[in-house]
Design a protein around this ligand. Structure first.
Ligand code: KIV
Ligand code: ZN
Length: 578
């Protein structure tokens, strides 16, 4: 590393811009779980949300500030992660963002206002002069609350560069310390975006004393290229999301930018401090919780990213991996060709394998580790070919899904002093229902029928119901569960994947549900508008109908726990959309 290189500040916005992906709504526990993982990954700044949007968003950002902000696990040589909240250029937004983040040891307010003529004229209906005045006033207001202020001229990519220089100079004068340059609609070419960054740095009064940042959307598939062009032109912060999730075609993928810098240390004037070995496990976590499946051929974290199918390639890789591999799979947490664990493997081997796969340290709470080990033993007993790395990732997702919320620190939650939007309070069990027995009858020329018995921890009773369905055994199983829990539920997404190859593979099922209409199928107006809370569940089993039932039940338990908490809390209202 040359002495002239500067550190690349990685600003992750998975929980804010990423959460704006169509259909993605994470609840507080899920956001905290992702935030913890991002802290372990070595992310420098996390945009934890848009606090004014709703009481639930405020609460999530505040809990991340309090519970994740101080964490130092996996951050040797780094400072605590900066917790950032987004605000429009409105005093109430800015005050609310500050109130949400202020308890983090390091915190930031991110204020934005559009600067392109099209946004000024049609959206904001203000002149360029009024735009500059508002920037001066609102950045100044934010600066009086907090020393670390980021300003974004929204739609910078289509703004007049000369006006942008004036607007940014105003923001600097009012106290902004980071200037983010969003290509909000993913319109720029890499040459254009790089030239814009260079122009702004060279022509904005006071530019030398602030950090410039990239924020690129992927509408033309150029987000990573544009971000790297920005870095080459002097940006020292990149705004990114895990798996590139985000509005429309998404944001820049964190793992892609970092692995470019990692793979070409001489091509960029920066170095990174991200623990790339956690990429695969982080990607799987975000995939499961967001319900946004990662395409198999996605760079770095796609399931095929390190598979060599053709004979010529396989032969080459066997002779020397570098013939067809530019990244060592293990550097991004992908293990290939490793021996599977078997039924004689003990706790120590199991723990070592988890660490190798990116689940070391406090990634799993003790109870989750014990549950995962018990599941592993059952599986190792039934699988002749051993438990593969893919099975292990699925086991972790399954155990986390079944226990989500149970591991939340009650003291910290109480200290937060707010009604959580998802964590149950009082004596409502986190996992009210467990699958005790299930018999499914299906085939060709028969009507699929499912008989399901759930144990209800609240009443102590076992409840059985039977359902038939014309669309297959999973529909019958879900109908029986719905009848037992007595809730109308809409299945929003259902994904099944194999955890490895061969006949002994596990089926991993990921579902998302929301409260349905009175008939249990049609979406409520709230669900259709995206305002109804959504709940994710993941499970893995050798039997995909069992996996489907367990994943569904895990999501149902989250919904039931949410309802129990909700009956004690005022109903969630979404105040603002960006
Ligand atoms: O894309 C965008 O312009 C944004 C801003 C709010 C920073 O996400
Ligand atoms: Zn954006």
């Amino acid at each position: 590393m040359s002495a002239a290189k500067q550190k690349l500040i990685v600003f992750d916005t998975t929980l804010r811009d990423g959460e704006q992906s169509p259909g993605v709504t994470l609840n507080t526990d899920e956001k905290i779980e992702i935030a913890r993982q991002l802290s372990r990954l070595g992310v420098d700044v996390i945009e934890a949300g848009f606090p004014v949007a709703s009481p639930g968003d405020f609460n999530a950002v505040q809990r991340i500030a309090r519970e994740v902000g101080p964490l130092m696990e996996g951050r040797d040589g780094l400072e605590p992660m900066v917790i950032c909240g987004l605000a429009r250029s409105v005093k109430h937004d800015i005050q609310t963002a500050f109130d949400a983040v202020k308890d983090a040891p390091r915190h930031r307010i991110h204020v934005f206002l559009a600067t392109s003529d099209i946004h000024l004229e049609f959206k904001l209906k203000i002149t360029r002069e009024q735009c500059k005045q508002r920037i001066a006033e609102m950045v100044g207001f934010a600066k009086a609350l907090c020393s670390d202020i980021e300003f974004s001229p929204e739609d910078a990519g289509r703004s007049d560069p000369a006006f942008l220089c004036e607007a940014l100079a105003v923001a600097i004068e009012a106290g902004a310390t980071t200037l983010n340059i969003p290509d909000t609609v993913g319109y720029n070419t890499p040459q254009e975006y790089g030239a814009l960054m260079a122009h702004l740095r060279a022509n904005t009064r006071g530019a030398d004393g602030v950090v410039f940042s990239t924020h690129c959307h992927n509408d033309l598939g150029l987000a990573t290229a544009n971000t790297l062009a920005g870095v080459s032109s002097g940006a020292r912060q990149v705004e990114v999301t895990i798996n590139g999730i985000g509005e429309r075609a998404g944001n820049t993928a964190l793992e892609e930018v970092v692995m470019n810098v990692h793979t070409h240390p001489d091509a960029y004037p920066v170095f990174h401090t991200i623990n790339t070995r956690l990429f695969y496990s982080t990607s799987r976590m975000v995939e499961d919780l967001s319900g946004m499946a990662v395409q198999a051929n996605k760079a770095i974290v796609g399931r095929n990213a390190f598979l060599h199918e053709s004979g010529i390639h396989q032969d080459g890789v066997l002779k020397n991996k570098q013939t067809y591999e530019i990244i060592r799979p293990e550097d991004v947490g992908v293990t290939t060709g490793n021996l599977a664990l078997g039924k004689h493997s003990g706790r120590h081997a199991f723990k070592t394998k988890l660490e190798e796969l990116g689940y070391g340290g406090a990634a799993l709470a003790d109870a989750q580790f014990q549950a995962a080990f018990a599941r592993f033993k059952q599986l190792a007993d039934s699988k002749k070919t051993g438990v593969t790395d893919g099975d292990m990732h699925a086991l972790v997702a399954d155990v986390r899904s079944a226990t989500r919320g149970a591991s939340a620190d009650p003291a910290a939650a109480a200290a937060a002093g707010e009604a959580d939007d998802a964590t149950p309070a009082g004596d409502a069990p986190v996992c009210r229902y467990t699958l005790k027995h299930m018999q499914v009858f299906t085939g060709v020329g028969v009507t699929p029928t499912a008989a399901v018995t759930l144990h209800d921890a609240q009443t102590g009773a076992d409840v059985i119901d039977v359902a038939v369905a014309k669309n297959g055994p999973i529909e019958a199983t879900y109908s029986a569960i719905q009848r037992i829990v007595g809730l109308p539920i809409e299945l929003l997404s259902f994904n099944v994947s194999a955890t490895s190859t061969g006949q002994e593979t596990l089926g991993k099922v990921a579902v998302r549900i929301a409260r349905g209409g009175p008939d249990g199928a049609a979406a409520t107006p709230l669900a259709a508008s995206g305002a109804e809370p959504k709940f994710a569940g993941v499970a893995a089993d050798v039997d995909i109908i069992t996996a489907s039932a367990s994943a569904y039940l895990s999501a149902v338990n989250r919904m039931v726990a949410h309802d129990a908490a909700d009956s004690r809390a005022p109903h969630e209202q979404r105040n603002v959309e960006i």
